[in-house]
Design a protein around this ligand. Sequence first.
Ligand code: E4P
Length: 214
Amino acid sequence: MKIFIDTANLDMIREINSWGILDGVTTNPSLIAKEGTDTPSRVREIAKIVDGPISAEAMALDAESMIAEGRELAEIHPNINVKLPMCIESLKATKVLAAEGIDVNMTLIFSAHQALLAAKAGASYVSPFVGRLDDIGLRGSELIDEIMHIFSNYGIGTEVIAASIRSPSHVLEAAAAGCDIATIPYNILKQMVAHPKTEEGIRKFIEDYCKDKE
Ligand code: E4P
């Protein structure tokens, strides 16, 4: 499973990239606003750090404007894909952008119907939001299972990005479902590294090694 980081923070991206495990980056308008910047300039900076797909979300609401904004975003760097929110207008825009060779990441996916339609329109990625489904008492990870099952039935090449990840367990559930990509916040990536028994083991090895030198 590919690992993306879900942030627009350059320090976090630099750090996780230095671990040697980073395949790409997703941003969204809320993450960009948190950094006090704008999408085009931030994704341009990110592309200098990470050699992999980077999602840049378009803010337009009608197909024609989404297409224009999508083309501008895609021109920034060959690794940029255009994130569009799932709706009728974005399906129309996806068809046009995909025909031009521009990758679309259809975001705010909350049902398998939406994922199927996005794939049919030509989206390169669909982003089901696991955590936000859990927030309303549903099981977000079941949606990943369902989409993976449907896509494999038909050999659909659209990659599935498990998004809105809130815990290391969400990552494991996505991996168990055979999900192509998980886009993971910085703090969850840190949690995935840590284990109390590993920390205890490191302490003990150092202690024993030092004792032996006395
Ligand atoms: C996906 O690409 C989104 O940026 C993100 O995962 C949303 O996560 P949230 O529900 O924690 O805001």
